[in-house]
Design a protein around this ligand. Structure first.
Ligand SMILES: C[S@@+](CC[C@H](N)C(=O)[O-])C[C@H]1O[C@@H](n2cnc3c(N)ncnc32)[C@H](O)[C@@H]1O
Length: 235
């Protein structure tokens, strides 16, 4: 697998690792899932731009770098910025992976960055945001996406609709099902971070409001991860 040449130091507070500690071979799972998810982004970008190299990349919602640690060996970016609401995680990624850092808060909106990004990726962040934050965050990221840039994010869809037998009447379901194990241990209140499952039309509607356009959407049933992939650009 693609885990050679990446940092093998995992921060003791890494929630992605701590969440899977009771699973079989957690370290192996942590590294292979990180590499696999990163590759999903790269394959999607190369499908649109096969000669893609050396770009200015933002990883939004980096955590302690499960994905971040694989980015350089796969993307060969020219500049990486990591952002999250968790200052400790952002600072860790900044130091460990030599990235610029941005701690997101109500007072420090990501759109206050003056630069534009060629690529923005976000794994398993929108999968947890309530509708108003989902909409707000799309609109914030739209402002810092280059006019020729690509924004790729994952969201929960079909797989979770079936798993929890959700009705999806309004095009989304926001609930506490996946937070039973309390992934963030109260670091983020449930109202701001729980299980968010969405339909493509729900996402499309919010993308439009944010000045973004859907290039394509791959359902989790066609991906090794249990999350859907959305690839978008500025409208
Ligand atoms: C499930 S973790 C995923 C971490 C990393 N992307 C990965 O796949 O390993 C979700 C991350 O999103 C961050 N987060 C939650 N709400 C956020 C928000 N509104 N803006 C930015 N990051 C957020 C959390 O602090 C957490 O680090």
């Amino acid at each position: 697998m693609l885990t050679d040449g990446v940092s093998h130091f995992v921060h003791p507070d890494d929630e992605m690792m701590n969440f899977i500690l009771k699973r079989n071979r957690p370290r192996e799972l942590y590294f292979t899932s990180g590499a696999q998810h990163t590759k999903i982004f790269v394959d999607a970008i190369k499908k649109i731009n096969p000669s893609f190299t050396k770009k200015n990349i933002l990883e939004y919602g980096c955590g302690h770098g499960r994905i971040t640690r694989h980015l350089n060996s796969i993307f060969h970016y020219s500049k990486l910025t990591v952002a999250d609401v968790w200052d400790e995680a952002v600072n860790f990624c900044g130091k460990e992976f030599n990235a610029n850092t941005f701690v997101v808060s109500q007072e420090n909106k990501i759109s206050s960055l003056t630069e534009k990004f060629d690529i923005i990726i976000s794994y398993s962040v929108f999968s947890h945001l309530p509708p108003h934050l989902f909409e707000f965050t799309l609109s914030e990221l739209s402002k810092i996406l280059d006019s020729n840039g690509l924004f790729l994010f994952t969201a929960k869809g079909e797989f979770h609709v079936k798993k929890f037998n959700l009705s999806m009447e309004n095009g989304y379901h926001f609930g506490r099902e996946s937070n039973k194990k309390n992934e963030t241990k109260g670091r983020i209140p449930d109202e701001q971070y729980s299980l968010m499952v969405v339909t493509e039309s729900f996402v499309k509607n919010l993308l439009k409001k944010a000045g973004l356009e859907l290039l394509y959407h791959i359902s989790s049933s066609n991906l090794p991860s249990k999350q859907d992939l959305y690839v978008v650009k500025r409208a």
